[in-house]
Design a protein around this ligand. Structure first.
Ligand code: ADP
Ligand code: ZN
Length: 217
């Protein structure tokens, strides 16, 4: 089974992916994580991506698809089951993924769409805080730490993702509506799209996703 976890920024794709890959022994492929790793490594790709990401725009289809291929090809021999988190994000990327599935002999993915209203997303993203030391995530509005700015788990300093500023967040949402939302029509026409309400807590969303998987795959 292959899955695409789709949804606007802040819909909880990362959180759900982590749980799903453990439970179903899938291989997690996050283009956002891969891009952030490239930025940390200051590779040529990372240097180009950094600027685009901090403006809230999408990295171009060629660049992100090359990156995707470079991470999945070496893993293919160890797994039949990938979870795509953050890819495809444009209709062009849907076609690129089709091609990649064909080349690598992968079953076409089912798509789970996490639906969250825009007001909630703005608070989730602008309130998101990440421990710079252990990576634990918190939220200034929904899940504040006991001491402001200090991680509850390891007492490390809390940081923000550069693209979580209010201005960049608004741009990411604009880009989502214009470039990413059309992906849903494409998969909807193929009959492989499952949309769920992802407003409630992570446990509730996780239950809804596993129900869809068990009923259909
Ligand atoms: P979020 O879903 O919260 O925006 P991600 O970590 O998935 O976070 O992505 C962060 C940024 O990385 C995106 O705003 C975009 O600039 C870039 N990015 C990630 N995946 C893709 C992709 N498939 N195509 C183009 N850009 C991407
Ligand atoms: Zn910590």
């Amino acid at each position: 089974m292959n899955l695409v976890l789709f949804g606007p920024p802040g819909s909880g794709k990362g959180t759900q992916s982590e749980r799903l890959v453990h439970h179903y022994s899938m291989t997690h492929i996050s283009t956002g994580d891969a891009l952030r790793a490239a930025i940390r490594a200051r590779s040529p790709l990372g240097i180009k991506a950094q600027e685009v990401i901090s403006r809230g725009e999408l990295v171009d289809d060629d660049m992100v698809t090359d990156l995707l291929e470079s991470i999945i090809a070496p893993k293919r021999k160890d797994t039949d089951s990938f979870l795509f988190d953050g890819y495809p994000r444009t209709v062009e990327q849907v076609h690129r993924l089709d091609g990649l599935c064909e080349t690598l002999n992968l079953v076409p993915p089912a798509v789970i769409n996490l639906h969250v209203p825009e007001e909630t997303i703005l608070l989730r993203l602008t309130g998101r805080r990440i421990c710079g030391h252990c990576g634990a995530t918190f939220n200034a509005y929904f899940r504040p730490t006991r001491v402001a700015g200090v991680c509850d788990v390891c007492s490390g300093p809390l940081t923000k993702r550069v693209d979580d500023s209010p201005e960049t967040t608004r741009e990411r949402l604009r880009v989502y509506s214009s470039q990413s939302a059309p992906v849903l029509d494409t998969y909807g026409e193929r009959g492989v799209l499952y949309t769920i309400d992802a407003t409630a807590g992570a446990d509730d969303v996780y239950r809804k996703i596993t129900r869809i998987i068990e009923e259909n795959y």
